[in-house]
Design a protein around this ligand. Structure first.
Ligand SMILES: Cc1ncc(COP(=O)(O)O)c(C=O)c1O
Length: 341
């Protein structure tokens, strides 16, 4: 760690350069969480102004932080339905959710899979909307040779410890080709302070510390290998469980998915879950509730979202992380086959 700088020093600067290069964009800014990365990207892009009731459209099936970030920026979260195969924002549903107040859209690359950025960006461009990728679950996923983080005006990443690239604590980053946007994020992340104008901007305290940046720089060297391991485990599930009642994840293209999570669907999800728990296998539900149905986010204008609402009753995340062995993965699949029999 350089000198005695513990926050926003040379490790952070070096990580920002390396992360921008990895994602294939010109610039990156380290911040203290994925939530703040989204909030600051919304503000720095000029899409959302506090007090204007600017609407930002996103997915109802994501970590609630995506929607909280919209509130934190001063915007109004609006939810559009998702695609039944990939669980990411559905372009025609996005189009239907647009109102005269809509300013931005946040596609979420859910569970490690890229949203359909080409179609979503087309809708957004046609309607003059800013696009911010929520790439918190998709470090290293790519489409058409372009990685997550390089498909929109800006993108937000979380480095929460369990992410494909995780720190030993909280961390996040904004990536963009727009150098001015990244400079604004850098001003906002430290109290709005900039040498040129003192504290003239309503900023916040959202800094990435040197220790996390140093760790992330080391772990970044292993990210592609770890993503390949995750894909390998997903292939084992695929080979062993194809043809069962369990609906396996659909992928747009192999490189578009980095399996942050391995989310299946089962018509008797809760029974299968209890069966696996009885065999000592922990499964989770991502996410147990849909955001548009939560009291904080309910609005009378919100349409029903039938695809997401149907999915919420069936989704089940099987164990999958970079420390899981092939043998353990086979064991989980074997216990599912036992349930099916
Ligand atoms: C899709 C998504 N968006 C946003 C976030 C928020 O990131 P953080 O926990 O670093 O604030 C997370 C992680 O929790 C996430 O998975």
């Amino acid at each position: 760690m350089a000198g005695r700088v513990f926050i926003l020093g040379r490790e952070v600067e070096a990580f920002e350069e390396e992360w921008a290069r990895f994602c294939g964009v010109r610039r990156a800014a380290g911040v203290n969480s994925g939530t703040d990365a989204l909030t600051l990207a919304l503000i720095a892009s000029g899409a959302v102004h506090k007090g204007r009731r600017d609407e930002v459209i996103t997915s109802p099936l994501t970590a609630a932080y995506t929607a909280l970030a919209i509130l934190n920026a001063g915007g109004v979260p609006v939810f559009a339905d998702i695609d039944a195969q990939t669980y990411t924002l559905d372009p025609p549903a996005l189009e239907r959710a647009i109102t005269p107040r809509t300013r931005a859209v946040i596609p979420v690359h859910l569970y490690g899979q890229m949203a359909d950025m080409r179609a979503l960006s087309e809708v957004a461009a046609h309607r003059g909307l800013t696009v911010i990728e929520d790439a918190s679950q998709a470090h290293g996923a790519s489409v058409g040779g372009k990685r997550a983080g390089a498909h929109a005006h800006a993108a937000a990443f979380s480095f929460y410890p369990t992410k494909n690239l995780g720190a030993c604590g909280d961390g996040g980053a904004v990536t963009s080709d727009d150098a001015a946007l990244i400079e604004r994020v850098k001003t906002l992340r430290q109290g709005g302070h900039a040498a040129a104008f003192g504290t003239g901007v309503e900023g916040r305290n959202s800094r990435l510390d040197e220790m996390q940046a140093a760790l992330l720089r080391v772990k970044l060297q292993y990210l592609e290998k770890w993503n390949e391991q995750r894909r390998g485990l997903a292939r084992i599930y695929g080979e062993m469980l194809r043809g069962t009642t369990l609906k396996l994840p659909s992928t747009r293209a192999p490189e578009a998915h980095v399996y942050h999570l391995y989310v299946t669907q089962h018509p008797q999800r809760d029974r299968l879950r209890s069966h696996l728990a009885a065999h000592g296998i922990e499964t989770l539900i991502h996410y147990p509730f849909l955001i548009h149905q939560q009291p904080l986010f309910q609005r009378p204008e919100q349409d029903a979202l039938p695809v997401a609402e149907d999915l919420a009753r069936k989704i089940l995340s099987l164990p999958l992380h970079s420390h899981l062995t092939e043998e353990e993965t086979r064991e989980v699949a074997a216990k599912i086959l036992l349930f099916e029999a």
